[in-house]
Design a binder for this molecule. Structure first.
Ligand code: TXA
Ligand code: MG
Length: 295
């Protein structure tokens, strides 16, 4: 894979690349090079108070980043990695504070994408990567989306992202799992899964101590998006955001549709909310839509 070699060389030089994952494309840099970490924030125009997710090749590498690999963390990693789950765990001292925005914890994820896993394996070190979009804008699920925001960036092509929305961010703390950011590993999926854990574990959606990923105006398309309950509320000169009924498919297409609907002569975008969107699997999608919408 000649492109993989190019990616490895750029990372080694302390520069950043577009990295495919199963959720969204990431803007990746070497966690051991401060110049790379600074470049991530500068490129994204991201404030330093918003921590980065560290991507690892496997569980062994994840363990090198935390002082506390609990049985529950191990259970979650074995059940959901590689996959769209970021675990927030107590960080080792040696981690650059830029990664964690000065917090005592670090978000770690092993992505389920063959190209990302090969890259991580061959690079041999974890890679910090936020989503590869300008701060607050719609996340990229195709290389072309990354190129739109960052024309000069080298993007490792891994095709269209299968999951389509960002990972579930959670923290296993004692006998509790705190969900900080909703994702396609939903509250219900986690609740069902932890029934197999030897102790009773409670799962709850909590405000993150590092609230930034939860900023209200996030994921915004380039035109105002309105969530409406009935056809009488359709805004003027608007195009409809149409998504499949299947939540899996809807998540996969969500950002692609928002990117498409950002272009054109219409002024507004609207999404017609239906009762099926109340289902647990739709929860993370509605969360993104509400944050992307004009209130
Ligand atoms: O699916 C994903 O998670 C994608 C791909 C590229 O892996 N990445 C992603 O990164 O969405 P980003 O930077 O857009 O979102 C990272 C969010 C932060 O905004 C924050 O909410 C949460 O993850 N986070 C990271 N480290 C944290 C920590 N130590 N404590 C609490 N939340 C943390
Ligand atoms: Mg993001």
């Amino acid at each position: 894979m000649p492109h993989l070699q190019t990616a490895l060389k750029i990372l080694k030089n302390g520069d950043v690349i577009g990295m495919p994952t199963e959720t969204v494309y990431g803007l990746a840099g070497d966690i051991t090079q401060e110049v790379a970490l600074r470049k991530i924030f500068e490129t994204k125009e991201r404030p330093f108070f918003d921590p980065l997710i560290v991507h690892v090749a496997d569980i062994e590498q994840a363990k090198t980043l935390t002082t506390e690999w609990s049985e529950l963390a191990d259970f979650l990693a074995k059940n959901f990695w590689p996959g769209p789950m970021t675990m927030v765990l107590p960080k080792i001292k040696a981690l650059n504070p830029l990664i964690t925005a000065g917090l005592d914890s670090v978000g770690i994820r092993c992505p389920n994408h063959p190209v990302a896993l090969e890259l991580l394996k061959q690079y041999g070190k974890p890679l910090a990567a936020p989503s590869a979009n300008k701060f607050k804008k719609t996340s990229p699920t195709l290389p072309a989306h990354v190129k739109n925001d960052f024309p000069d960036l080298f993007v490792l092509d891994g095709g269209a992202c299968e999951v389509g929305i960002e990972s579930t961010v959670l923290a296993p703390i004692g006998n509790e799992i705190h969900i900080y950011r909703l994702g396609m590993i939903t509250e219900e999926i986690l609740k069902t899964s932890v029934k197999k854990f030897p102790r009773k574990i409670s799962v709850n959606i909590t405000q993150s101590p590092a609230a930034p990923g939860q900023l209200e105006d996030h994921y915004m398309p380039r035109k105002p998006l309105y969530i409406i309950e009935g056809k009488t509320q359709i805004p003027k000169n608007a195009k409809e955001l149409i998504l499949p009924e299947s939540a899996t498919l809807a998540a996969r297409l969500l950002y692609q549709r928002l990117h498409e609907l950002s272009i054109g002569s219409h002024e507004n975008i609207y999404f017609l909310r239906k009762s099926l969107h109340r289902h647990d699997q739709w929860h993370p999608i509605m969360d993104r839509l509400i944050k992307a919408s004009t209130k």
